[in-house]
Design a protein around this ligand. Structure first.
Ligand code: 4NP
Length: 164
């Protein structure tokens, strides 16, 4: 099925699109696949900063994700205005991403598509999915823990119907 015809079109956005958002995309994909709903979902990720465009995810994130069974194959790209047409929900990893995406939204309806990923945490308490780029291993593990929790939260809500 074409991307545009899918029932749920979700875009995950961080700064570089090499750590948090490609992990979010793959974790969400596996959650949806476990539920047998992959044909209903179009999933992608993008970054606000275009400097890593075309690159594979950060090798540290790939290694941490691989240990949990997530193979990150995404190639980084910059988020663009037309993403607001292509997707129903755009998930920001932190407040800086959230503010930048809202400023970028072409219409008031599009502003409403922008959501904070941390809003969907069910077990962890955190205001953001913190940038792990300049930190150590524990930052990457923390991101994966938070994203597994929040992706389950998103999936559960969408499965219940009525949107987010
Ligand atoms: P991400 O992490 O936003 O989770 O992909 C970062 C990647 C690259 C940079 C910052 C954060 N950077 O400054 O290049």
């Amino acid at each position: 099925m074409e991307e545009q015809q899918r029932k749920y079109r979700l875009l995950f956005v961080c700064l570089g699109n090499i750590c948090r958002s490609p992990a979010a995309e793959e974790i969400m994909r596996q959650a949806v696949m476990r539920g047998g709903d992959e044909s209903e979902y179009a999933l992608d990720s993008a970054g606000l900063y275009g400097g890593h465009a075309g690159a594979s995810p950060d090798s540290r994130m790939r290694a941490h994700a691989a240990r949990r069974g997530y193979l990150l194959r995404h190639k980084a790209r910059r988020v663009e205005e037309k993403d607001f047409d292509r997707f129903d929900y755009i998930f920001a990893m932190d407040d800086s991403n959230y503010d930048a995406l809202r400023r970028m939204a072409p219409t008031v309806e599009d502003v409403r598509k922008v959501r904070r990923m941390s809003e969907f945490l069910q077990h962890y308490v955190s205001d953001s999915i913190p940038d792990p780029y300049y930190g150590g291993a524990s930052g990457f593990e923390n991101v994966l823990n938070l994203l597994e929790d929040a992706c389950e939260g998103v999936y559960k809500k969408l499965k219940n119907g009525g949107g987010l």
